[in-house]
Design a protein around this ligand. Structure first.
Ligand code: MLT
Length: 257
């Protein structure tokens, strides 16, 4: 049984798309039609996010999210899925690989990293939680969105991001900040990945820049890499066509238009 909200497009092998922070399944609206040509694409709202039940508990750990996504895969009648995770969704994907690798058929790790937070990063999580409470979600989210997208990102990308941030509860935001602060460094897990993997990054991603993507792709045996021009940390939203082509070519080589 899974209580997570999800939306489903297409038929074929299951693919689960895992959003970043503090976002929801709607970040994948530019992917679902294109990628459902070859997959049953399921975009999920993680525990506490989007239309999944409100969260009033403590820290939302990557391990909890990973186990929730595994439950969802089973709820959908499958034992495995192709996983796409963006940023925090990538942290969840790596936790799935480490703890439930039998459920992972392939991995797309987008605008993410394997390392945990260093001391400055951990302090930044506490500061972000305090700023959220002090400034309110709109002001807090505005600053975050500016940091996430490339300068060239248009008003529609920013507007969609704002909608998602505004739709995320305060308690979820704080619980997720604490979960990311505490998350394990999974750099050592990369060498153990034996399924096909694609690492994607926006060329102007300021949070997880292309150098991080390149070093992750080097550490994962046989991994592919795609650097998306004119995109920041939100490559699927900012450059959906290029992102979709990279994933389609990875899933079904030689078939992308
Ligand atoms: C995300 O996009 O999911 C977050 O920026 C990840 C993070 O804060 O580490």
């Amino acid at each position: 049984m899974s209580s997570l909200y999800f939306t489903e497009h297409g038929e074929g092998p299951l693919a689960v798309l895992i959003h970043g922070f503090p976002l929801d399944h709607t970040m994948w609206l530019g992917q679902l039609d294109a990628l459902s040509a070859s997959r049953r694409c399921v975009a999920v709202d993680l525990r506490g996010f989007g239309r999944s039940p409100q969260w009033h508990g403590g820290t939302l750990t990557m391990e909890q999210h990973a186990s929730d996504v595994v439950d969802l895969i089973h709820h959908l009648g499958e034992s495995k899925a192709d996983i796409i995770g963006l940023s925090m969704g990538g942290y969840v994907a790596l936790a799935m690989w480490e703890r439930h690798h039998e459920t992972v058929r392939s991995l797309v790790l987008a605008d993410t990293k394997a390392a945990g937070d260093d001391d400055a990063g951990k302090a930044g999580r506490d500061a972000a939680a305090a700023r959220l409470v002090r400034e309110g979600r709109s002001a807090w989210g505005g600053g975050l969105i500016d940091a996430l997208v490339a300068d060239s990102a248009g008003p529609e990308v920013r507007s969609r991001m704002r909608d998602m941030v505004e739709g995320t509860g305060y308690e979820t935001i704080v619980a997720a900040l604490m979960g990311m602060k505490e998350r394990k460094d999974r750099s050592g897990v990369l060498a153990s990945i034996t399924v096909p993997a694609l690492v994607v990054a926006g060329e102007q991603d300021a949070l997880t820049p292309p150098e991080i993507a390149r070093s992750m792709a080097t550490a994962i045996p046989g991994a592919h890499i795609s650097i998306i021009p004119d995109a920041g940390h939100m490559a699927p939203l900012e450059q959906p066509t290029a992102f979709n082509l990279a994933v389609a070519e990875f899933w079904e080589p030689g078939t992308a238009p």
